[in-house]
Design a protein around this ligand. Structure first.
Ligand code: HEC
Length: 103
């Protein structure tokens, strides 16, 4: 029970820091996946490897704009990815262009 209380306290503390708008720096493990070059690559790399490897993108069957925008929206709304509307649009377009049905 004490462990649970401790974990809960830490979670709340982390949430409080995030809500206060402070910058939190984390070091991510090395990424072995190189995404294709193109407009929107920077935003995609930054936003999409915070929680999992970029191979989540490259192993998907190619999707059109609606499919990829849906994935980006899901990451934001369901999993809480902190992505601005502007970046979300750029990422959706990048993914549909470089990881679309024809690629
Ligand atoms: C806040 C954490 C987080 C971020 C940031 C994030 N994802 Fe995810 N993603 C998840 C979780 C959680 C899952 C589902 C669990 C799993 O399979 O690991 C997932 C799964 C996926 C999947 C597998 C299919 C699916 O829908 O479950 C794809 C594709 C994907 N993410 C793409 C992206 C893209 C593209 C971005 C950048 C816009 C992104 N993710 C950013 C958390 C995140």
């Amino acid at each position: 029970m004490r462990v649970i209380t401790m974990a809960l306290t830490l979670t709340l503390a982390a949430t409080a820091v995030a809500l206060a708008g402070e910058t939190v720096t984390i070091t991510l493990p090395p990424e072995s996946i190189a995404l294709k070059a193109g407009a929107g690559l920077d935003q995609t790399q930054t936003a999409c490897r915070a929680c999992h490897s970029l191979d989540y993108i490259t192993i998907q069957p190619g999707g059109g704009p609606a499919q990829w925008q849906g994935v980006v929206t899901k990451m934001m709304k369901v999993y809480g990815a902190p992505i601005s509307e502007q970046d979300a649009k750029a990422i959706g377009e990048y993914l549909a262009t470089h990881y679309g049905p024809a690629q």
